[in-house]
Design a binder for this molecule. Structure first.
Ligand code: NI
Length: 169
């Protein structure tokens, strides 16, 4: 296993729509292991493949460190996810490993049904609520090339870009 550098904004791969995964092979299994290791080390509760520079529809989530022992979900691998239905709306304060020192309030559905396949290529259907629903929407956004920066207020976006410009000078 290996830790991989997490791509940060404005890396172009983060703004690209990711392509579907066509082959679930040994190489992809290694990528999945690396994504988990990289996510845990960060630390974070979710990571999408574009964040490690791979523009493929693949994400990993493990919310157990943040779920306060309420509901336990096994670490999740989701390939080629498709949102089948959304329900409810609530504001959620989110951060992103690709946007250091940035958080934003984002409107999210409170429940979603999502379909995809697991790491063995078997069909997977999830009915998610709470933090899992938020994490799924956040990571699926990454596959569309959307960051919470794009969903933040224009003032927050402006100041974050200004801060980055100062840093890189
Ligand atoms: Ni993110």
């Amino acid at each position: 296993m290996a830790l991989i550098d997490i791509r940060t904004y404005p890396d172009k791969v983060l703004g690209r729509k990711a392509a579907g995964v066509e082959q679930i092979d040994a190489r992809l299994q290694r990528v999945i292991e690396d994504m988990f290791e990289t996510m845990y080390a960060a630390p974070g509760i979710g990571l999408a493949a574009p964040q490690i520079g791979l523009s493929k529809r693949l994400l990993v989530i493990d919310i157990n460190s943040r779920s306060e022992g309420k509901e336990k979900y096994p670490p999740l691998v989701l390939i080629n996810p498709e949102i089948a239905a959304l329900e409810g709306e609530a504001e959620s304060e989110e951060g992103c490993l690709s946007l250091p020192d940035f958080t934003a309030k984002v409107n999210r559905a409170t429940r979603l049904f999502v379909k995809g396949v697991d790491r063995e290529g078997k069909p997977l259907e999830l009915d998610a609520t709470g933090l899992l629903a938020i994490a799924l929407q956040h990571e699926i956004d990454h596959l569309e090339g959307t960051l919470i920066l794009d969903k933040a207020s224009s003032i927050k976006r402006h100041f974050y870009k200004k801060k980055l410009a100062k840093k890189s000078r």
